[in-house]
Design a protein around this ligand. Structure first.
Ligand SMILES: Cc1cc2nc3c(=O)[nH]c(=O)nc-3n(C[C@H](O)[C@H](O)[C@H](O)COP(=O)(O)O)c2cc1C
Length: 107
């Protein structure tokens, strides 16, 4: 992977991550010590199974977990994502590998 950070986004299918996402994760290379986040959508299932599935695999590969976010269809329809969205994205802005921030701190 040529990027410093990875945000994996996917829907929950049958309580789990879709097979295509699993395949994508298995094929990732050069990811050790890079940072990741997980963003899942679901029709209503509040289980954390899919998120845990992705976190466990990427943790094992040596990636560093930054944050997770889950949106269910009802919340999207009622626009109930205003608070969690900036919380999630904020974790990526403030992380250690953010070069622009490091440059700002040195000057
Ligand atoms: C094959 C399939 C399986 C699904 N399985 C689940 C499930 O187990 N639990 C759940 O909450 N939602 C399930 N969904 C709903 C999707 O998670 C949901 O459609 C997706 O997050 C996108 O949201 P949207 O349909 O509101 O755009 C499933 C959808 C499909 C197409």
């Amino acid at each position: 992977m040529k990027y410093d950070k990875l945000i994996l986004c996917c829907p929950v299918w049958a309580g789990k991550t879709p097979a295509a996402i699993n395949q994508y994760m298995f094929e990732l290379k050069n990811i050790k010590d890079k940072e990741f986040g997980v963003f899942i959508t679901s029709g209503g299932n509040k289980s954390q199974k899919a998120t845990i599935q992705m976190r466990e695999y990427l943790d094992l590969q040596g990636m560093k977990f930054l944050g997770q976010m889950r949106l269910i269809t009802n919340d999207v329809e009622n626009e109930k994502y205003g608070e969690i969205f900036p919380l999630f994205t904020g974790k990526f802005k403030a992380s250690k590998s953010d070069n622009s921030q490091n440059i700002t701190e040195k000057t």
